[in-house]
Write a protein that binds this ligand. Sequence first.
Ligand code: ADP
Ligand code: ADP
Length: 226
Amino acid sequence: MASIEMSHIVKQYGDGFPAVNDVSLDIADGEFMILVGPSGCGKSTLLRMIVGLEDITSGDMVIGGDRVNDKAPRDRNLSMVFQNYALYPHLSVFENIAFPLRLAKVPDGEVKKRVEEAAGVLELKEHLERKPANLSGGQRQRVAMGRAIVRSADAFLFDEPLSNLDAKLRGQMRTEIARLQRRLGITTVYVTHDQTEAMTLGDRVCVLRKGVIQQVASPRELYEQP
Ligand code: ADP
Ligand code: ADP
């Protein structure tokens, strides 16, 4: 687990208006932070800078006390869940979840144990031998989450993970994500434009507009505003 401290973060693509413009935000160890705001406000860019998939133009990104500006994604020990799941169609559910452990050359016995643990938490145990194509949208999303939780990451990053699901599944998955995060207590940054997710999932909500933080508040504080 680790805190995420951003100070005066700027991202400039080309020579236009900065996509992220002087963002300073501290996310505590174990905290669940939501990033919301209209399309184009810089949510994904900020998330991608935390993971290391996007260079930071200026400012400091400190994760677990380490300045990570120049660290490659693989050296940051973070897990990201994408909107489009990014599952491998030719691999079984088991091997999809196991993927990060295979990359890390974890021994087979340990892989089996950890995949089964993750599958248990996510109620995927009966589906481990199936291929992604034979799963429902919600099950596929759970496999993507399984891959994120199978190794012990310092933080989870979610980029609109539920936006491709129908309303009913979204509700179910929302409950599951909340349960999972409480159980694991891992620092989480979650990008969404869904009001319900923003108001029910997070400890705090950071509202972005045109690359600038407008407000950081608890869901209750936001709700009670006039
Ligand atoms: P959000 O996730 O809130 O929709 P983004 O972070 O995707 O916003 O985008 C923020 C701004 O940066 C937008 O104006 C977008 O057009 C721009 N942008 C995002 N990615 C790139 C890129 N790779 N190259 C140039 N501009 C980009
Ligand atoms: P390359 O070194 O081939 O350019 P990347 O920089 O995209 O590859 O990724 C390097 C490592 O970071 C990979 O081992 C990959 O597992 C990990 N990685 C890439 N994207 C993410 C992500 N979104 N979340 C967590 N880890 C990632």
